[in-house]
Design a protein around this ligand. Sequence first.
Ligand SMILES: [Cu+2]
Length: 155
Amino acid sequence: MKKHIAVFFSILMFWVVSVSADLNHKHDSAYPAVIGEPGDPAKVTRTIEIKAFDNHFLPAEINVVQGETVRFIVKNEGLKRHEMVIDTLENLKEHAKITRSNPGLVREDPNYLNMLPGEQKELVWHFTESGIVHFACGYPGHFKGMRGKINVEIK
Ligand SMILES: [Cu+2]
């Protein structure tokens, strides 16, 4: 009987581990599903140029269509270092808070760019859900002005 219980529990544990691995696989936990996912550069449908100034983005409002894969070319036209992070507003606020206590923090995530003055970088993003996706520079004193909105229209 004891053996049966042991077998039962090992099967149960195996099931729990596989289900949680599957959940992790479905949703890459680095960013919420509502904002989309890193895009395949081979599937880019549109290129959008954004300029980062001290301290605002131009354009600060962008319209895309659900399903599009966009190549963002971001150029830092300012005299300060800037970031461009695509995320939910909630996560951007959290990021700005972390940046405040870690000045000079540079992340390696696919939804993140960091540019020195004059530098230009690219980010490819696939907008899988309709709604509003935000972008911002989280640096202290920048975050209030350096925010933008991407309206993802229903296909
Ligand atoms: Cu900035």
